[in-house]
Design a protein around this ligand. Structure first.
Ligand SMILES: NC(=O)c1ccc[n+]([C@@H]2O[C@H](COP(=O)([O-])OP(=O)(O)OC[C@H]3O[C@@H](n4cnc5c(N)ncnc54)[C@H](O)[C@@H]3O)[C@@H](O)[C@H]2O)c1
Ligand SMILES: [Zn+2]
Length: 356
């Protein structure tokens, strides 16, 4: 077991059906030092999750509620300022505690708000979506988008306690389960071994069994490369070079697909790039594509123009000296490799994927 405390990464954390009990205990121990408590929700988690949360966690009767609209459009700096003014109007001083109760959007906004408000107040993350429980809540990063550039402004809060209670997932709609499932499948691939064997057998409805292990994969990758100095943390971006490009087109075209759908397609296409480059492990990559084909409906995405997707990929952060690169474990659980890709290889992979 890695020593997560060595980088002070979420030294207080709990994941499972007892996680909110642990938050309760933590608040009973630590609560006295907070001058006020503020809970950030979106309108959906306000309605579906907050009542149960308030009923189960003692000492929140006087907590102030800050609400945002659900969705990525809320990740903007102007809203952070508006929320800061809300905190001010509620009387929050430097001793305030901010609790994020929601998916990745709420966690990202709360992280930045808690860093900036009066130069920093304490933050607790309570993720409520599958994606946030296996990915967004862990690792300490937060951010908001600007003019379509994701996470252009953000900070690190690796010390924030995280309490992920899988019971919160009971109200999550199928569409959102699938967004998290794409990241869970990716993280199972990174782990390899028994986790991959189980997850590759699916289906997505069994996701709750693997939330803890998938979150642990993210933590271990982050601990191995906490400040993204090497290539290890880039492994978490498997599927995202193609996926982000597809997602930018989805947003521009107003299509009803989420980040996880785009990452699922990205994993499928990028895996074929590894095939085209003759990497070992093609049978396992075929199993990965089989899992994705069984769980996701991606036909409208596959109809996109590959040249336009390639053009959108040129904004990828991993581009070096004009060359586009992807970082992958060629086989489940294998060490990462960095591969340069050109348009011809990408186009071959895109066409091969669309034909299946
Ligand atoms: N900081 C990081 O390291 C990191 C990593 C990965 C993703 N992210 C960010 O996370 C965001 C995506 O996260 P997300 O998919 O959770 O998005 P989200 O927060 O928009 O949640 C998705 C939808 O699910 C709803 N929801 C959440 N919990 C629910 C529940 N228990 N019951 C019913 N509905 C519920 C939300 O209201 C929302 O409509 C993106 O902005 C992405 O950039 C951040
Ligand atoms: Zn992602």
């Amino acid at each position: 077991m890695l020593d997560l405390c060595a980088v002070n990464l979420h030294p207080v954390r709990a994941l499972g059906p007892e996680a909110w009990n642990e938050l309760n205990d933590w608040l009973l121990r630590e609560g006295d030092r907070f001058t006020s408590v503020h809970i950030l929700v979106d309108s959906t988690t306000h309605e579906l999750v907050l009542p149960r949360f308030m009923a189960e966690i003692e000492g929140l009767a006087d907590a102030h509620i800050l609400e945002i609209e659900p969705g990525e459009a809320s990740k903007e700096l102007a809203l952070v300022e508006q929320l800061a003014l809300g905190l001010r109007d509620e009387g929050a001083d430097r001793g305030a505690l901010l609790i994020a109760l929601g998916g990745g959007v709420v966690c990202d906004l709360a992280g930045l708000l808690a860093t900036l408000y009066m130069r920093g107040i304490e933050l607790v993350l309570v993720p409520t979506s599958l994606l946030a429980m296996v990915d967004a809540a862990w690792g300490g990063k937060n951010g908001v988008d600007s003019e379509g550039t994701k996470n252009l402004l953000g900070t690190w809060r690796p010390e924030a306690p995280v309490f992920a209670d899988v019971r919160a997932l009971e109200t999550l709609p199928e569409r959102e389960w699938l967004q998290g499932w794409a990241e869970l499948v990716k993280q199972a691939w990174i782990a390899g071994g028994g986790l991959w064997t189980e997850v590759s057998g699916g289906p997505w409805t069994h996701a709750p069994f693997w939330v803890r292990d998938a979150a642990e994969v993210k933590l271990q990758v982050v601990v191995a490369d906490p400040f993204e100095r090497g290539t290890r943390r880039a492994l978490l971006n498997m599927g995202h070079t193609v996926g982000h490009a597809v997602e930018s087109m989805v947003v521009a075209l107003g299509l009803d697909y989420g980040h996880g759908d785009c990452v699922a397609l990205g994993l499928s296409i990028e895996s074929r790039i590894l095939d085209a480059l003759g990497q070992p492990g093609s049978a396992e990559r075929s199993a990965l594509r089989g899992r994705i084909a069984a769980d996701f409906q991606l036909d409208a995405l596959r109809n996109m123009d590959s040249a336009a997707v390639w053009a959108a990929m040129q904004h990828d952060k991993k581009k070096r000296a004009g060359e586009l690169r992807i970082v992958w474990s060629p086989e489940p659980g294998a060490s990462e490799i960095v591969l340069g890709i050109d348009e011809a290889t990408f186009t071959t992979a895109w066409i091969a994927d669309a034909a299946h």
